[in-house]
Design a protein around this ligand. Structure first.
Ligand SMILES: Cc1cc2nc3c(=O)[nH]c(=O)nc-3n(C[C@H](O)[C@H](O)[C@H](O)COP(=O)(O)OP(=O)(O)OC[C@H]3O[C@@H](n4cnc5c(N)ncnc54)[C@H](O)[C@@H]3O)c2cc1C
Length: 529
């Protein structure tokens, strides 16, 4: 097994997109099979050496940054093992180190579709499962969790399990028992908190009454085991796509447009009689998870729908547009906000859907003539690039000003969102700090990025961040909707959950990893172990 310890060679494994500083490790190991992962973990437990699991390092909360011990890199677990067609969709089996963009390209070449789409697609599949990643398409399709059917996981003890959705459930008292090949079993108690009723959630371990044990590992941020192989459900590839970046002259028009597009989409995608049952067992299992988690069915045969049903609704405020103008000079000068939308089409629905969207835009006073629309793949890629450019431009800004990102990832329940957005805007305008607000408005989940120019402003930014977190929790929201907690946000998790809940999480982790070697410092402070 390849091992690197030369400081120059391992440097890139000591950071991630959070830009947390001072990461350090003795060495980085690159196992090529689950058995090698197990061997590393067994040895590390014996020697009590901390192990930090590394994906592609696109995480924004310091989850893969080590502060001692070794890094277990998943880069060499990079095989796509199989794709199975099962009308109308299918499934794929891939190792943890497969790049999401590679998996998606491969799946699409088979005329299938894997919906999870974090904006940064250079991440690894294993990283997306460990963080329950989501993205723009989550508005229609839900997060990564909905598609995970089976996981191969290596535990700190060196035991490896292959767990399929539906095989193991928690009992009514929240106890779980996982039989191991050795004849032993792992017994653990789930934490007693209730997860917030938001459309997205990635803060702490997933818990639900009598839940599928598979769900515990999705979003566990490298603390319970190392995911080595993943089977995901696939949908049929949509035939066509209509996308647009549409600009508005008034903020109130942006919000009224979103509200109507959102309501019509949610109404139109309710399952119609006889619809469930036609989708194939794998997809239906994925949909069941979504319904349980969000209370919202995502079922639709909507590649063929002729009604407005956005799969993505993404927001850019006026400050975001100011940022983007550095790169995109053609953004209309009078635009103060924009929405990126996508809707799936077929050759027969494309024209009528375009007419519907244009009429909706007109009704909400969009700058339709100066907006951008795309119906073919190259143009669509340019629009997605526009969406991706914003976090990238901001990351460059932080690096230039030698400042750490102050960036929110909260989402709140539907009814709380308008008030939350006003709260963000009022506080930020009063602060005179530079900021942007953008992101997944369809899921009540916008990212506020505060851009401090010096250390004083950074202190002020962190105070405002804290006020935002408190308000999100007060209105029933989650402190992380998609990026996870990692090391950067663990202190804020205390505002979401009580001390007892944090101890329950730590006790759960200890049941899998009694020496506390895996993902130390992720989700909760090491002192809880
Ligand atoms: C510009 C930009 C935009 C982004 N947009 C989004 C977005 O829209 N939605 C979103 O959800 N995220 C987004 N992210 C965050 C990031 O891309 C996701 O969190 C992604 O899932 C991380 O994957 P990774 O492979 O890079 O994981 P890493 O950063 O390497 O690791 C993330 C965490 O997962 C653990 N881990 C990794 N692999 C495994 C494994 N095989 N087994 C167990 N634990 C493991 C690590 O220990 C760590 O705790 C964005 C990031 C950037 C930089």
């Amino acid at each position: 097994m390849l091992t690197k310890s030369n400081p120059d060679e391992i440097q890139s494994f000591l950071s991630d997109a959070s830009h947390m500083r001072d990461g350090r490790a003795e060495r980085v190991v690159f196992p090529e099979r689950a058995e090698e992962v197990a061997e590393v973990l067994r040895g590390a437990t014996r020697a009590q050496t901390p192990v930090t699991v590394s994906g592609a390092g696109t995480g924004t909360v310091g989850g893969r940054i080590p502060f001692a011990g070794i890094v277990l890199a998943t880069d060499k677990l990079k095989q796509i093992r199989s794709i199975v067609h099962e009308e109308p969709g299918g499934s794929a089996v891939a190792e943890a180190g497969v790049r999401l963009s590679d998996l998606q390209r491969f799946v699409e070449s088979e005329n299938l579709f894997y919906p999870p789409d974090p904006t940064e697609r250079s991440c690894f599949l294993g990283g997306t499962v460990a963080t329950n990643a989501s993205g723009a398409r989550t508005f229609k399709y839900g997060p990564t969790r909905n598609y995970v059917q089976r996981l191969k996981i290596a535990f700190a003890t060196g035991d490896v399990i292959d767990l399929r959705r539906g095989e193991l459930h928690a009992d009514a008292g929240g106890r779980i028992e996982i039989p191991l090949i050795s004849g032993r079993s792992i017994e653990a108690q789930l934490p007693t908190y209730q997860m917030p009723q938001t459309r997205k959630h990635a803060s702490g371990y997933y818990v639900a009454p009598e839940m599928d044990v598979l769900d515990l590992f999705i979003g566990s941020e490298g603390t319970l085991g190392v995911i080595t192989e993943i089977e995901v459900a696939l949908l049929p590839r949509p035939e066509g796509l209509l996308s647009g970046i549409v600009f508005f002259k008034a903020e109130s028009s942006v919000l009224s447009f979103v509200s109507e597009a959102r309501d019509r989409s949610l109404t139109n995608r309710r399952p119609r009689d006889g619809e469930v049952g036609r989708l194939g067992p794998l997809i239906e299992k994925a949909l069941e998870v979504s319904v349980r988690q969000t209370g919202q069915p995502i079922v639709s045969e909507d590649a063929t729908s002729n009604a407005i049903d956005a799969r993505a609704l993404e927001y850019f405020d006026s400050e975001s547009l100011r940022f983007l103008r550095q790169k995109y000079e053609t953004i209309p000068v009078d635009a103060v906000g924009a929405i990126f939308f996508e809707q799936e089409t077929t050759p027969t629905t494309e024209d009528s859907l375009m007419t519907d969207w244009l009429s909706l835009l007109e009704q909400h006073h969009a700058l339709a003539d100066n907006s951008w629309f795309a119906t073919n793949e190259p143009d669509q890629a340019k629009l997605r690039e526009f969406r991706h450019a914003l976090p990238v431009l901001m990351n460059e800004w932080f690096a230039r000003h030698n400042q750490r990102k102050v960036s929110t990832d909260m989402s709140v329940p539907d009814e709380a969102f308008p008030g939350m957005l006003r709260f963000y805007q009022d506080a930020l305008q009063a602060s005179e700090l530079r900021y942007t607000i953008f992101g997944h408005i369809g899921d009540n989940h916008v990212h506020v990025n505060i851009l401090p120019r010096n250390d004083d402003e950074a202190t002020k930014a962190r105070d405002i961040y804290l006020r935002f977190v408190k308000r999100a929790v007060e209105v029933g929201g989650t402190i992380s909707a998609e990026h996870g907690i990692g090391k950067l946000k663990r202190d804020y998790l205390r505002l979401q959950y009580s001390e007892d809940h944090l101890r329950e999480m730590a006790a759960l982790k200890s049941a899998f990893d009694s020496a506390g070697i895996l993902g130390r410092g992720n989700i909760f402070d090491e002192s809880y172990l």
